[in-house]
Ligand binder design. Structure first.
Ligand code: BGC
Length: 760
């Protein structure tokens, strides 16, 4: 069914994965798909509720330390659990034991924004009831997580008691043997206040970051159910509060549980505010919130207008990936999208370059105001980046943290962390892309230019000129299986672009605003014409490694001299390599975790010739493990670029189904956000050949052999542009002012629409 993801299995193997798949979130709260009524003892679950950017600070103890290492990291926290609803039938709790359950199904309806879980339960006396839970986190009221429960007796005629809980006895998920999740201490929040008068409420306090969070929870019985209610009670012990309701035997019970989460980053008095919001929200019934949610999502789907014709499964996978990004993306100045979004605890809730290079493009092309917010998040942490540049010995410039929540570096492993200087260039690249898509001059004047100039300064400070070329030593590129190298092609290329734009943006202001405004910007940033011209000069002198005999761009100065990895004798169970080999073993070989030079050839295709791009693709593909989920989408897009559409499609399938099929085996730690964004990119930049450059918009659509066609709509400079592709034709529609678009290599003035045959 369209817009539906469903599951009918209760097996342990799929339970943990499905907790991530059926996560619900609204950019602020995220709740994993755990069962309200709990599990049988012995069944593994990662029960989790998260608030975007809510963290604690944890000390790092290095047995051997060195100057400039971070001494604390931040970790996103698992908060008080408000999911709990116990159903008690004749003194016995309903626990989903496989042999007692039939007609089980769980469904995510992406048009409604609701997850429904339903089954028929058979009691020990062989009597039956239908139990249905519906849950959502509201896109309209960000603090609201709401659950609706219906218990319908079929042959069961005994008493029903429902107990709703709010549990402060929670901890974070840790695993000491997997570097992709947290290790060490798991219990990070302590209870400040607990109450069960009027409603349930809990306030909790972090150990070190001086933050608190609150949850207020209440149950409202449906009007029909109220008539059969015979008893109510409430209370709490040290860490758990509960409300309990009993009903006349044999009656259908329907109730709604409202949970309001707040935190001290966004609220002065989070507990009082939670209570106030709760009392407003409970005035409206579940249906009201359901209708509002549906309206929001109708607008979302209409706006992106994405379909795949002839392959419902892939269409749904693509929509699921986009929907999950919409759920996890932060919408305020504190928040962003962590590597696993709001769906799990992998990578400790940190924000990486994943946002700028893999996630932002979808929002930029569909909801630019969300993209702008993501960029503002970076602007707001600029001071941390400047401080960090100083710590690393640079006089000026901004070095953004490899991973962070509120701004400071949270990577304790600098070779694959802090050394990834490219993140500063990636952030500048994202600001430039935003400008190219929106022409938002005001934003660039107020914020963007500062980011671009501060990051450009970093390159001036980090590199040096030798033999007439500008070189950058001892950095790590995107590929984490090669570290601390000289002249990483990707880093040098993005630095070149960053430096060029630092000059270009000032030039743009001079020409389009005024010379006076441009010079007042330079004053504000303590810059000068001299500095800006130096940026241009260095950009032009930037060394981009090139190997003439292979006609490829080597990943760095030493890469081609290393020993190739012995893939033939590496058994399947030794992947991902990072879990089975010491980093030095990996660094000494030609082996890639993820796209590096090939990614640069996507982002900055004009820096290399077509034959170099093709040869590089073929060279790096053979030695790539794709151990990172950030790899397949790039290879898919670049396979399109070099005209290998079959290969492109097979990489596309990997990205589209990566979490749904758990192909990396760790979906239980949360969904792979960058890959979700990558799926959209493979459609737009891969199959539709979209490029957005200073010289305009480029398209070159093809239709994968397995599909009958596809369509999507993007926002571009106050217009909506729809791309509708069938087997042999591509139709481009411009809604708004006419536009010149380069399609299949030729410029077309498009007033309304254009229909073109797809070249053979
Ligand atoms: C990748 C990084 C990525 C991080 C978070 C790592 O496995 O190598 O490029 O930023 O995951 O997604």
């Amino acid at each position: 069914m369209e817009y539906i993801v469903s599951d009918i299995s209760l097996k342990q193997e799929t339970l943990l994965k499905n907790e991530s798949i059926f996560s619900i979130a609204n950019g602020y709260i995220g709740v994993r798909g755990n069962f309200e009524e709990g599990y049988l003892p012995g069944l593994n679950t990662i029960r989790g509720t998260y608030l975007n950017a809510f963290y604690d600070t944890i000390p790092i103890h290095y047995p051997e330390t060195a100057y400039g290492y971070p001494h604390t990291i931040q970790r996103a926290l698992n908060l008080m659990d408000s999911q709990g609803i116990n159903i008690i039938l004749d003194h016995s709790n309903v626990i989903p034991e496989v042999h007692r359950i039939s007609e089980y199904s769980r469904t995510l309806d992406m048009k409604k924004g609701i997850v429904t879980r339903s089954y028929i339960y058979t009691t020990k006396k062989n009597e039956t009831l239908r139990i249905t839970f519906k849950r959502m986190t509201s896109f309209l009221q960000k603090e609201l997580f709401i659950i609706n429960l219906k218990v319908e007796p079929i042959t069961y005629h005994g008493p029903i008691t429902i107990e709703s809980t709010l549990n402060g006895n929670i901890e974070n998920y840790v695993n000491d043997s997997d570097p992709r999740v947290a290790n060490g201490s798991s219990r990070l929040l302590t209870i400040d206040k607990i109450d069960a008068t009027g409603c349930l409420s809990l306030q909790m306090q972090t150990a070190n970051s001086d933050l608190s969070c609150a949850c207020a929870s209440d149950v409202v019985l449906s009007p029909e159910t109220m008539e059969f209610s015979v008893d109510e009670s409430a209370g709490h012990d040290t860490d758990k509060a509960f409300q309990s309701f009993s009903f006349e035997p044999g009656k259908t019970v329907e109730l709604t549980k409202y949970n309001i989460y707040t935190d001290s980053l966004r609220h002065n008095d989070c507990l009082q505010d939670a209570l106030k919001i709760l009392s407003n929200c409970t005035e409206r019934d579940f249906q009201y919130w359901e209708d509002e949610q549906k309206e929001y999502l109708t607008r979302f789907w209409e706006n992106i207008n994405i379909s795949i014709l002839g392959d419902l499964k892939i269409q749904n996978s693509l929509r699921f990936n986009m929907y999950q990004l919409l759920q996890s993306v932060g919408r305020d100045r504190f928040s962003n999208v962590s590597a696993k979004g709001l769906t799990g605890e992998g990578y400790e809730g940190h924000f990486f370059w994943d946002t700028e290079i893999f996630i932002l493009p979808m929002f930029l092309l569909t909801m630019p105001e969300i993209a702008k917010n993501l960029l503002m998040y970076r602007y707001n942490i600029l001071d941390f980046a400047k401080e960090k540049a100083k710590l690393l010995g640079h006089q000026k410039g901004a070095l953004f943290p490899w991973r962070t929540i509120s701004g400071p570096e949270c990577s304790a492993f600098f070779p694959a962390g802090t050394a990834q200087y490219h993140i500063s260039g990636d952030i500048a690249y994202a600001f430039i892309s935003y400008f190219l898509v929106t022409e938002d001059v005001e934003f660039m004047y107020a914020y963007g230019a500062e980011i671009i100039i501060e990051t450009a300064r970093l390159w001036v400070q980090t590199g040096h000129e030798k033999d007439g070329v500008f070189r950058i030593d001892c950095v790590t590129g995107p590929d984490e299986y090669t570290a601390m190298v000289n002249n990483n092609y990707y880093t040098n290329a993005i630095a070149k672009f960053n430096l060029f734009w630092a000059w270009q943006i000032v030039d743009y202001f001079k020409r389009n605003l005024s010379v006076k405004k441009a010079s007042s910007l330079l004053d504000r940033l303590d810059s000068s014409e001299e500095e800006i011209n130096e940026f241009l000069e260095i950009s032009e002198k930037m060394f981009l490694p090139y190997d003439e005999s292979l006609d490829i761009n080597p990943q760095d100065d030493s890469f081609l001299n290393k020993k190739p990895w012995d893939f033939e004798n590496t058994p399947e169970d030794k992947y991902p390599l990072l879990l089975n080999f010491h980093p030095l073993t990996i660094y000494r070989h030609q082996v890639l975790k993820q796209a590096d030079t090939v990614l640069s050839h996507f982002l900055l295709e004009d820096y290399a010739g077509n034959s170099t791009i093709k040869n590089s693709f073929n060279y790096y593909e053979k030695i790539s493990s794709h151990d990172s989920s950030l790899s397949a989408c790039i290879y898919s897009m670049m396979a399109c670029k070099i005209g290998d559409f079959e290969k492109a499609y097979s990489y596309f399938l990997e990205t589209a189904r990566l979490d749904l099929d758990d192909t990396h085996g760790n979906t239980m730690h949360g969904l792979h956000m960058a890959n979700l964004g990558g799926t959209y990119m493979t459609l737009a930049y891969g199959f539709a050949g979209l490029r957005i450059k200073q010289s305009g918009l480029f398209l070159s659509p093809v239709c994968p052999a397995d599909w009958d066609g596809y369509n999507f709509t993007i926002s571009y400079r106050q217009r909506k542009i729809s791309i509708t592709v069938s087997k042999h034709t591509a139709k481009i529609t411009v809604d708004g002012e006419p536009l010149i678009i380069n399609v299949f290599g030729t410029e077309h003035f498009i007033n309304d629409f254009i229909d073109l045959p797809i070249p053979e």
